[in-house]
Design a protein around this ligand. Sequence first.
Ligand code: GUN
Ligand code: FE
Length: 430
Amino acid sequence: MNSFVLKGNVLFSENLDRIGAYPDHFLVCEDGLCRGVFRELPERYALLPVTDYGDNLIIPGLVDLHIHAPQYAYRGMGMDLELMDWLQQQAFLEEAKYADEAYANRAYSMFAEQMKKSATTRASIFATQHRGATEILMDLLEETGLVTCVGKINMDQDAPDDLIEPSADISAYNTIGWINHTSGKYQRTKPILTPRFIPSCTKQLLEKLREVRRTYDLPVQSHLSENPGEVALVKQLFPEAAFYGHCYDRYDLFGRKPESEFTGETIMAHCVYSTDEEIRLLKQNGVYVAHCPASNMNLSSGIAPIRMYLELGLRVGLGSDVAGGQTESIFRAMTDAIQVSKLYWRLVDKSSKQLIFDEVFYLATRGGGAFFGKVGSFEDGYEFDALVLNDAGLPHPQKLNLHQRLERFAYLSADSDGIVSKYVAGKRIL
Ligand code: GUN
Ligand code: FE
């Protein structure tokens, strides 16, 4: 059923620093899994239907490890504030509106429609603390065909009354109700445990979330060491913690512990100000770092030392962090990641080599894809996620090779322009 062949100019990451390019090749999907890229179609696949995409580019789908669905409504506005003021004056006010399910349905429909058209095939998504609105979002995302993890946020302090949950017990109770109602309900949409960040959570709530994670063995997502104001506040709230990530780790909300049986993975967004100890624990516990360069610029947070994280062997993917980031485009996140790495090299650390295009393409496909399993490559056995890109709208007088065409597409295409087809987990959704 989910077996077919695509023909076109195929590119995918073969290594962290090398994109392989295969002009006019066949890409085989069998039962939703990739079977490889071939110059001649092997005899055993001769009966499969072939879609010929001509001169278009075919690449693995892009992965967004960190995006806030309710913030999509105000993307591109209120960008003159730093993180903690932005949260109080923008994010929390907008998110409070999702108590109204009619509003949530309207806003989330727009978000889901754009995600479907975008280059993103898989995403890990924050909703709000409202269970009803979060389930509306999950229903809408399931219809798009994307594969996503969606989190009902937990927050029981330091926000307006109409946004925080009245107590740790109520927050945990609502979370358990939501998990019970959504786990296994969908094929492509899964719940993920989502303490907003340390300043939003009392210790009682973190303790409750530890129990919830123990019981349901869910993955976790949150924010970590994003902005100096936030890091200082966490120090004040948790003077006993050795470092920011320690606050999560004390409650088993920080990746896999060597001695534990949990399989649930963890994504921590930003990691701009992680200390040596925190970096060691990120690595030891296999935590995914979601690098969100646009957000780090817009909210005046800083530049994450991604070159160092790659050299140390940390797991790293990219995030749009809408609406800290103004667009959901992961192509944009790729080029932003290169650009901020150049500033980091120039202004902060001359020994930190800038990221190159092949590396950020890896982060956007295989790097973040690993969070979802065997995802982000066209090698045999990977889940079949693919984008078909038409760059004819970007004219050029000279002859270009496939690598040049892909790089140019990433830098020049606006939002979803030029994405002509999209396949997720073996299914064509666009
Ligand atoms: N830290 C806590 N909440 C948020 C949020 O909504 N966006 C960003 N960028 N950082 C956060
Ligand atoms: Fe965020």
